[in-house]
Ligand binder design. Structure first.
Ligand code: SF4
Length: 376
């Protein structure tokens, strides 16, 4: 049996956040289509079940979009179908992404009864002005209500998303957000820098003022120090966990593991092939109704060179860094020597060689994209 992950994309949101370019439908366009889409997901699970009968899924991630926007009955239907069509290990990590103001006790019951044992809750900030600026649909107090409701429903592993580099945000207000969140004691915190993508409300806003690059760097470094004081270990550039509660599903991505993904715009990685479906929910539903999966929007068989680049790029995101032994076993000693010599100019300020691992320092994480472009 092969050990793989399963990702399910739910492309619906209550409203579009100002910074978001994920594939999701917001507003009226989503209402009538939810049930058709969940039927299509269930049908695609059936179609893929025989191809994956040799697989045990040890991590499941239902992301989006906002999966918690689905009504109770559709959540129940989806979880039942996944269990019916795929072998899921008993100890699987089963995460659902949720947005405050869309969770209810009933939906949480559908989740826990369906085997969900981890919730990833979007918060972004504890400052309501910053939340409004991001066009989030909730206040911080509503976030706290959802968090407490999830705990009461028995979810013992909760991750909270935070953001830095928000318009109006200062280092002080970011640290206050971290302290407000830490008071709730989530097991895991993700901290992402705001990126302005062209096809978003922020991308189109010519008057947008963001904290300067220096301020954003100071925000990240201060946040990392403060999170460590609060007991949150950074294990990946943007992810922090208490007591080893790493995201097992995301670790699979960073460790180049395999995963099957269902839904429009969802990316799979199976047998050295990366493939994705188109960003069109209607094309997905129509194809599946005809009894087959949609055409691939992208399908790439990774060459050795691609695999080597991905390995460097993904493993250097991790705090433990890249194991030179494993790298040599996969790609040979001359590739290892070349990597070490390319990394040398960045040691010790931006990178370190420690116990057979090459890794970034905190300062290195801040400029990791520039350094990575030299390493690969
Ligand atoms: S809730 Fe998440 S997926 Fe939906 S628009 Fe906001 S950031 Fe994007």
């Amino acid at each position: 049996m092969l050990d793989r992950g399963l990702y399910i994309h739910i492309p619906f949101c209550a409203a579009k956040c100002a910074y978001c370019d994920f594939y999701s439908l917001a507003g009226n366009e989503k209402t009538s289509i939810q049930s058709d889409y969940v039927d299509a997901l269930c049908r695609s699970a059936e179609i893929m079940s025989s191809e994956f009968s040799n697989t045990v899924f040890s991590s499941i991630y239902v992301g989006g979009g906002t999966p918690s926007i689905l009504p109770f009955s559709l959540l129940e239907k989806l979880f039942a179908s996944l269990r019916e069509n795929f072998k899921i290990s008993e100890a699987a990590e089963f995460t659902v992404e949720a947005n405050p103001a869309t969770l209810t006790e009933e939906k949480l019951r559908a989740m826990t009864e369906g085997g969900v044992n981890r919730l990833s809750l979007g918060c972004q900030s504890s400052n309501d002005n910053e939340l409004r600026k991001l066009s989030r649909i909730h206040t911080f107090s509503e976030f706290c209500d959802s968090f407490n409701m999830a705990r009461k429903a028995g979810i013992s592993n909760i991750s909270v998303d935070l953001m830095y580099g928000i318009p109006l945000q200062t280092t002080d207000s970011l640290l206050r957000s971290i302290s407000d969140i830490a008071r709730l004691s989530p097991e895991h915190i993700s901290l992402y820098g705001l990126r302005v993508e062209p096809d978003t409300k922020f991308g189109r806003d010519r008057t947008l003022v963001l904290p300067s690059d220096d301020t954003q760097a100071e925000m990240y470094l201060s946040a990392v120090r403060y999170l460590a004081e609060l007991g949150y270990e950074r294990y990946e550039i943007s992810n922090f966990a208490k007591d080893g509660h790493y995201s097992r599903h995301n670790m699979r991505y960073w460790e180049c593991g395999e995963y099957l993904a269902l839904g429009p715009a969802a990316h799979s990685f199976i047998d050295s092939v990366r493939y994705s479906y188109d960003r069109s929910i209607n094309a997905y539903i129509s194809a599946v109704r005809e009894g087959h999966m949609p055409e691939y929007a992208e399908c790439t068989l990774l060459t050795d060179e691609d695999r080597q680049e991905e390995y460097i790029f993904l493993s250097l995101r991790l705090e433990k860094g890249l194991s030179l032994d494993s790298f040599e076993k996969k790609f040979g000693s001359s590739a290892k020597e070349k990597l070490i010599s390319l990394a040398k100019p960045y040691i010790p300020k931006f990178m370190v060689l420690d116990s057979g691992h090459l890794k970034f320092t905190s300062e290195g994480f801040l400029v990791s994209n520039t350094i990575l472009s030299e390493l690969i």
